[in-house]
Design a binder for this molecule. Sequence first.
Ligand SMILES: [Fe+2]
Length: 252
Amino acid sequence: MIDLHCHILPGIDDGPDDMAGTLAMAREHVARGTTTVVATPHVGWDYPNSAEVIAAGVLEVNAALQAEGIPLEVLPGAEVALTRAVDMSAEQLGALRLGGSPWLLLEAPISVDAPGIDGLVGIVQSRGVRVLLAHPERCASFHTDPDLLARLIAGGCLAQVTAGALTGFFGRTVQAAARRYVDAGLVHVVASDSHDDRHRAPGMGEQMDASGYADLRDWMATDVPRALLDGVPVPPRPAFTPEKPKRRRFWR
Ligand SMILES: [Fe+2]
């Protein structure tokens, strides 16, 4: 699997504090079947990370992974806050794309009902990047405007759902939104959005299976992420019938 959204770099955002934490996350990724991770530290007004800092962090992490014999590839990327992205140049945005692909991981404000999201996303798109929306299911604006995600997808965006959202980690409202978007064909990618090796830990496959989306697991966790990184068209979604989630407690 390929994880396009993961806070794995040490010490530059709300991910691990040090390399030991990064390596613990990396081991967890490998144990759960992930082969490639795009490091997506926050880039926003509160985390002013630059492409240069991220690239240096990725080099350091890959060297540590090699030294430890952990078979995980880490590519540079970022999770860029929408409110910061609209203020960045085409060059700055381009330098933060996922693994040098055409795609930028863009985060809409989580808890505020931000007005005018369509227009702001359009501004970012007009600067030459393609937009992968990070976890719209966690953003209040998408809850209060049920057609917002469909409009953005029609406008050329793709959407990433967080694996834990599907199993209820972020509560029932977020879970229901995530399932509604997947069922409606508005989601293309599942990612871990992991921040550590325990509480918000790596892994996507188990959550896809446990939430009744096993038929979409390969497409959302491997095939589409690969296509995005390669800059090729998204492969057609396999047919699937939404299942009810399995009745069991899921711990992440
Ligand atoms: Fe994130």
